[in-house]
Design a protein around this ligand. Structure first.
Ligand code: ASP
Ligand code: MG
Length: 407
């Protein structure tokens, strides 16, 4: 018997019935003799409505006060679950971030954990209490309340697992694990029994919302195996683990799609030092994140430069570049909102050749044109026309042997 950390996301504690179900689940594990530390999110939608409330009061809420407000979402569920457990006859104690000594830096709204004391949690555990910790929150060295960024209670759970040297970290969520592709797009997608930290980092970076990316960084750093599973079933989910653990040997383990992309091209830009900086500085000043960048050379010291941004930033970025183009004498600027990014991920790419060519061949087999390409050591992403997005996912899923009935 050991310490088990169980984190429940917003949908798992969305109403009182669900909170009761969570309590029953925890009680069972506790009855088996385990010590349990529960980490909770706010009820689904609550963090958003707290942000709305702040925006009703002022258009630019003070960051310190916003964190005081946002932390109440998790404070609420922690207290409610502790009461529910007590009403069922179980000894439970809620604990907030500062009480658990989750010390973070001063970056309100996106604070990073520096160290964890966890003395009170250990005391509670020793007295055989079920500890219910509010996720997503901590405090800076001066004691100001901070929050860890959206989805941050995943990070709270992994961090407390490491700090307590607990035996298990289970993240209960509204999906039952990590799939080879989105099952809503690809009927033949299947659940992976395990995935490596690096693959999970890539797919989180590509926009998958299952785990906050920082929680995966934390898990990798402290080698915490994380079990992602459904809070609505008993089924095993997916283990996020170190690469050499007991994983299936897949070259490509997943296909990811992100439709939130738009591209902007500056044509015939002069090929000189400083030009790229002039193109991207005003974009950075507007706090717009750039994803892919491609520069191709033409004759006569001219180049074309293309980059992608999120769809919500497309109009602003296009306006900015129109002005830049005038200043730097680019021939013209144009954009395209109807694009999508399809990616393949897999640690097997480190040791297998021919993965890229296989991807390109599969896409061309469906007459899907590749507009841009970017890679990491274990990922290849292609920008394609949005209308082919789903077809591309299914095609690649099949090409890399991931379809269910083939296994
Ligand atoms: N409640 C916070 C959010 O909605 C933190 C979390 O759920 O992990 O982002
Ligand atoms: Mg979440």
């Amino acid at each position: 018997m050991g310490i088990i950390v169980q984190k429940f996301g917003g949908t798992s504690v969305a109403d009182f019935e669900r909170i009761r179900n969570v309590a029953k689940r925890i009680a069972k594990i506790f009855d088996q003799g385990n010590d349990v530390v529960v980490v909770l999110s706010a009820m689904a939608g609550v963090t958003d409505s707290l942000i709305d409330m702040a925006n009703q009061v002022t258009l630019s809420p003070d960051k310190r006060e916003l964190d005081v407000l946002l932390a109440t979402g998790e404070q609420t569920t922690a207290a409610l679950l502790a009461m529910t457990l007590q009403s069922m006859g179980y000894p439970a104690k809620s604990i907030l971030g500062y009480q658990a000594e989750i010390i973070t830096n001063r970056n309100y709204g996106g604070a990073r954990i520096i160290e964890i004391g966890a003395g009170r949690i250990k005391e509670f555990i020793e007295k055989r209490n079920i500890v219910v910790m509010a996720g997503f929150q901590g405090c800076d060295p001066e004691g100001n309340i901070t929050t860890l960024g959206r989805g941050g209670s995943d990070t709270s759970a992994v961090a407390i697992t490491a700090a307590l040297n607990a035996d298990k970290c289970e993240i209960f969520t509204d999906v039952d694990g990590i799939y080879t592709a989105d099952p809503n797009i690809c009927k033949k997608a299947r659940k992976l029994s395990a995935i490596s930290y690096d693959e999970m980092l890539e797919i989180s970076g590509l926009g998958a919302k299952v785990l906050q990316i920082r929680s995966v960084e934390f898990a990798k750093k402290y080698n915490v195996p994380v079990h992602v599973r459904s809070s609505f079933s008993e089924e095993e989910g997916t283990m996020v683990v170190k690469e050499d653990s007991d994983m299936e040997r897949l070259v490509v383990s997943g296909i990811t799609l992100n439709k939130d992309a738009a591209r902007i091209t500056l044509k015939k830009v002069s090929d000189q030092p400083g030009v790229a900086a002039k193109i991207f500085l005003p974009i950075a000043d507007a706090k717009i994140l750039v994803d892919m960048i491609i520069q191709n050379t033409r004759a006569q010291g001219l180049t074309d430069l293309t980059f992608t941004v999120s769809k919500k930033d497309f109009r602003t970025a296009l306006e900015i570049e129109k002005q830049v183009a005038e200043k730097i004498g680019a021939e013209k600027v144009f954009g395209d909102e109807n694009i999508a990014k399809v990616s393949i991920t897999g640690v097997g790419m480190r040791s297998h050749s021919g993965v890229a060519s296989k991807m390109f061949a599969a896409l061309s087999g469906e007459n899907i044109n590749i507009l841009m390409i970017s890679t990491s050591e274990i990922r290849i992403s292609c920008i394609i026309e949005e209308k082919y997005a789903e077809l591309a996912v299914r095609t690649l899923h099949n090409a890399f042997g991931l379809d269910k009935d083939e296994n």
